[in-house]
Design a protein around this ligand. Structure first.
Ligand code: ADP
Length: 564
């Protein structure tokens, strides 16, 4: 801008200079022409008087310099000319000044030479005898004058250019200075040019608008971040090249990264084939999903293309943790396989015995033994099916069962009583200690917990061993303890004995009528009561299992579905 102003000022200054020179020279030339013409007129008057008085003698000894004097007869013929031979001169009647002088008494005119380098001024006066006396003087034309003044003009022009450059430089700086000093962060507080006020007001209003929009965007981004940062699911926004635009905390944790990955290609975080596959499908505009193993878990990826008009402008990647779901699926598959397997064995025994009896292949004295076998296997199947039903009922949250405040000690006493015969036949003593302790829960399930623990303590005991049941109240819990002096549980199995169908010694468990579901039922029932189970076992010395029920009056039933 400074350059433009500088250039404009120089052009204007030089333009004005040249125009002034031309006008000035023109005016000056006109003025001097007028002066010259007046002098010529005066001299013509004087000479006319002289010729009128003296006739042709007037020209004798006349010293003529610069001027040319011509005496023309009334018929236009030349009587005298100071510059040329009169015989060579043509008739002058048609000359403008002569015509004027003849008609009006005085006439004047001017004529340029053929080269335009000189101009002649003419003044003619009619004498009383009708002849005309003409004086002419040569004058420089304006062109000659200008050429003559070329040198001083060039000097003046050089000075004018220098002055113009200096002034233009200072002026352009001074004009631009307020513009450079404008505070655009606070446009309304500027003391610049008044002409800039509308522009500054416009800038101020646009800045307000930008600030408002920025605030709104920041607010929206904050809301988005607040929502997404609280999500357990990972969310990643990608541009169409697959570069990360933003990601929430969960996603950053899953890919073991932080916000520094923003701007990088997502494949630099994970190069799995599944991820590449779903991203390429999404980039082509279709929703795609897949599974991927991340941070030791199983995750589902949903990739949705973001469309702006008809173009794909990015991809939204959602990452769901499906570890539990996959585990549950796996367990369900295992459970089904286990149930089939567990049912198949007694069924095969029953079927085999029945087939032998049907074909009369069993001796009459062996029939009671075969019948006993069928009866026992059928009983085992019934127990197994009952346990499965109990477990699936617990899986569904046992919502149909009534919760009430019950005396855990009383339930334990009844359960122990019902197991006295079993304990006796196993050669194990069974006793109970404790006092009335109230628990808010489902009596049937609490009874199931005590029954299964006591049943195991008897089953996995040694002849002559003992089982002690104790119910007592502590500061914040009601504690049920079942200890035995049995075979104990090897440490490496302790974490798994609560799994469905898990047995330390499968044949021993079957021998003593175990289904492998007892402790799963205990675990689920305890969970529904928010109870904590701890196990303490010494191999060949005995096992103590403690169940701590939190003291909480009239709790709402837990409705979450539990899976072992
Ligand atoms: P089961 O019907 O086979 O008893 P459980 O789920 O009740 O199934 O128990 C799982 C396994 O845990 C049992 O097979 C057994 O090996 C072990 N177990 C449970 N309780 C005891 C205990 N008190 N002493 C020793 N082992 C036990």
């Amino acid at each position: 801008m400074t350059k433009r102003i500088f250039r404009s000022i120089n052009i204007v200054a030089l333009g004005v200079f040249f125009a002034s020179v031309v006008l000035f020279m023109g005016a000056l030339y006109n003025y001097f022409t007028g002066v010259c013409q007046n002098q010529l007129k005066m001299q013509t008057d004087l000479a006319a008087q002289g010729v009128a008085n003296e006739g042709i003698d007037y020209f004798n000894d006349l010293m003529i310099e610069n001027y040319r004097i011509t005496w023309i007869a009334p018929d236009g013929s030349i009587l005298f000319d100071s510059a040329k031979d009169t015989s060579e001169m043509e008739n002058h009647l048609e000359r403008e000044e002569i015509k004027m002088a003849l008609s009006e008494g005085y006439g004047e005119s001017s004529r340029y030479s053929s080269t335009l380098m000189e101009r002649s001024l003419y003044a003619a006066k009619r004498l009383p005898d009708g002849s005309v006396l003409r004086l002419s003087v040569a004058q420089n034309t304006i062109l000659t004058l200008s050429l003559g003044m070329a040198q001083p003009l060039c000097i003046v022009l050089a000075i004018a250019i220098a002055l113009s450059l200096a002034l233009a430089f200072r002026l352009s700086k001074r004009i631009v200075k307020p513009l450079n000093e404008l505070d655009l962060d606070d446009p309304l507080n500027n003391e610049g040019y008044d002409e800039l006020s509308p522009l500054l007001r416009r800038i101020a209003s646009q800045q307000d608008q930008i600030k408002r929009q920025t605030r709104q965007l920041q607010q929206k981004q904050l809301e988005f971040e607040t929502v997404t940062s609280g999500m357990n699911e990972g969310i990643i926004l990608l541009n169409k090249k697959g570069e990360i635009l933003s990601l929430n905390r969960a996603a950053a944790k899953l890919f073991e990264t932080d916000t520094q990955c923003i701007g990088k290609d997502i494949l630099s975080l994970n190069r799995s084939f599944a991820l590449q596959n779903i991203l390429s499908k999404a980039a082509k505009g279709s929703f795609s999903e897949g599974k991927i193993a991340l941070s030791g878990g199983e995750y589902q990826l949903d990739a949705s293309p973001v469309k702006a008009q008809d173009d794909i402008s990015g991809i939204v990647l959602l990452i769901f943790d499906i570890t539990e779901k996959e585990k549950a699926e796996q367990m369900r598959r295992e459970f089904t396989a286990n149930v089939s397997h567990e049912l198949k064995t007694p069924l095969q025994t029953i079927s085999g015995c029945a087939e032998l009896m049907k074909n009369n292949m069993v001796a009459a004295e062996d029939i009671p033994a075969f019948s006993e076998k069928i009866y026992l296997e059928a009983g085992r199947m019934i127990t197994l099916v009952e346990d499965i039903i109990k477990l699936s009922h617990l899986d569904e949250g046992a919502q149909d069962m009534q919760r009430e405040t019950v005396d855990l000690f009383e339930i334990a006493e009844n359960t122990v009583r019902s197991l006295t015969d079993a304990a006796k036949s196993a050669g194990v003593t069974l006793d109970i200690t404790g006092s009335t302790c109230h628990v808010y829960g489902i009596a049937q399930l609490l009874q199931g917990i005590i029954y299964n623990l006591c049943d195991n303590a008897i089953k996995y005991n040694v002849s002559g061993g003992s089982v002690s049941v104790d119910v007592h109240e502590e500061k914040s819990a009601v504690v049920l303890t079942v200890s035995d002096t049995g075979i104990g549980i090897p440490p490496e199995h302790r974490d798994r004995i609560f799994e469905r169908f898990y047995r330390v010694d499968k044949s021993h468990s079957k021998e003593v009528g175990g289904t492998g579901l007892g402790l799963s039922i205990v675990k689920h029932a305890a969970k529904l009561h928010d109870a904590k189970i701890t196990i303490n076992s010494v191999l060949d010395a005995g096992t103590t299992i403690k169940v701590e029920f939190p003291k909480q009056e009239k709790r709402q039933p837990a409705i979450t579905q539990q899976q072992a």
